[in-house]
Design a protein around this ligand. Sequence first.
Ligand code: F6R
Length: 250
Amino acid sequence: MRIYQEADYEAMSLRAARIMAAEVVRKPDCVLGLATGSTPVGAYRQLSQWNQEGHLSFREVRTVNLDEYKGLEPTHDQSYRYFMQVNFFDHLDILRENTHVPNGMAADADAECKRYDELIRSLGYADLQLLGIGHNGHIGFNEPGSAFVAPTHVVDLTERTIEANSRFFASADDVPRQAMTMGIGCIMAARRILMVVSGEDKAQAIYDAFCGPIDPKCPASILQLHPDVVLVGDKAALHKLVEAGVSVCG
Ligand code: F6R
């Protein structure tokens, strides 16, 4: 595992964007696993800029997103499909048919989860999977529980996640109670994991994920078993790791 400690959000985003760009340069038709949320937005902005300046092409890139709210139309301004369009895909030369997000409106959610798993498998799994981390250690919407769940599945969001995500909705009551998420199986099958994290409020989750026991109570702790994890964070998010004596670059 490699850990890059950057001064602040901007530097963290630049580092993450460079790692993602390197993957696209190395393999122009790579499969990128993507995340929504606040943390990756800076990296998406930087990658979009390089694309528009002609330094990087996404023409052959395929993408698979981690998750989607159940019951939101792709055009709903809080759906993750909409988020990806506005924050990333609309600014790239990527082909829409090469971008994949679970269909939150599928009549049969379990069948949709199965379809999504099969799709990811048929693409050969992600070459690089981008992840954020929740305050409770979730990755995707794999919430703390009694077991690591391998396949793409429907989840009940925890109160903590609903509260954290309510900042994007008019009120907590408007946050969907369920989502579809890529399971731990597809995440762990990615060849490389890139986790991005920013802010003091994530420091404990990061400490638990990488210094605590491997336990589904902290879903991200399973990443300790992945052979190629790159963690990029700002000082505030990484300080507990550093204080525990974990060596970092930067
Ligand atoms: C988003 C996702 C979530 C977020 C996590 C952190 O697709 O899968 O696991 O990565 O909730 O969100 P932010 O970056 O908003 O703190």
